[in-house]
Design a protein around this ligand. Structure first.
Ligand SMILES: O=C(CO)[C@@H](O)[C@H](O)COP(=O)(O)O
Length: 221
């Protein structure tokens, strides 16, 4: 299979040792670091804020891929950009003017992503693909790690792949939720470029991270 980029979700890391965990996945060969920001309002869970991202920044030079599950979202773009985010991804439902929001992300010096929940159609992207760098397809409902992959999202990945290729857009497709070595293959075959994986990266503890990441990437196949 094509080789996807692997972006481990630190939601499944040991929060008491978060800096060491970020360093460990970096050294284990991940491509990006995925940071799930949840506000207890847009999604039913609360995680971390910009101060934590700032504190983690020295632990890896790799792309900090920050997924904001926050509403309203606009006021949080600048703080996360200042904290060291490289990519900021938002949900179209999380603000009144998503087009303005992605412009604000780029104006803050970051790459911009749009995330689609399982019930949000690919069509939502029609007038946005020119403005963004990444589409994040949620293959679980956002809020928690450890959920099962929703297979209907494979059709959405394929539809987005076709929209991107037909339009000649320079946009990556990332998939997040229930990604395992098995579902990873399905996602890549459907057209995914980047895979987010929490449980499947962190299972077994630090001695297993390199092997887990290699299995997600399909190394050796
Ligand atoms: O954003 C989310 C959940 O909202 C994800 O990033 C999960 O953290 C992925 O966890 P696994 O399904 O890989 O355990």
């Amino acid at each position: 299979m094509a080789r996807p980029l692997i972006s481990p979700s630190i939601l499944s890391a040991d929060f008491a040792r978060l800096g060491e965990e970020v360093r460990a996945i970096d050294e284990a060969g991940c491509d990006w670091i995925h940071v799930d920001v949840m506000d207890g309002h847009y999604v039913p869970n609360i995680t971390i804020g910009p101060d934590v991202v700032k504190a983690l920044r020295p632990y890896s030079a790799k792309t900090f891929d920050v997924h904001l599950m926050v509403s309203p979202v606009d006021a949080w773009i600048e703080p996360f950009a200042q904290a060291g985010a490289d990519m900021i991804t938002v949900h179209p439902e999380a603000g009144a003017h998503v087009h303005r929001t992605v412009q604000a992300i780029r104006n803050a010096g970051c790459k911009a992503g749009i995330s689609l929940n399982p019930g949000t159609p690919a069509k939502m992207l029609d007038y946005l693909l020119e403005e963004i760098d990444l589409v994040l397809v949620m293959s679980v409902n956002p809020g928690f790690g450890g959920q099962s992959f929703i297979a209907s999202q494979l059709r959405k990945i394929a539809a987005i792949r076709s929209m991107i290729d037909k339009g000649g857009h320079d946009v990556l497709i990332e998939v997040d939720g229930g990604v395992t070595p098995e579902t990873a293959r399905l996602c890549v075959d459907a057209g995914a470029d980047v895979l987010v994986a929490g449980s499947a990266t962190f299972k077994g503890g630090p001695d297993h991270y390199a092997r887990n990441i290699a299995a997600l990437r399909g190394d050796g196949e």
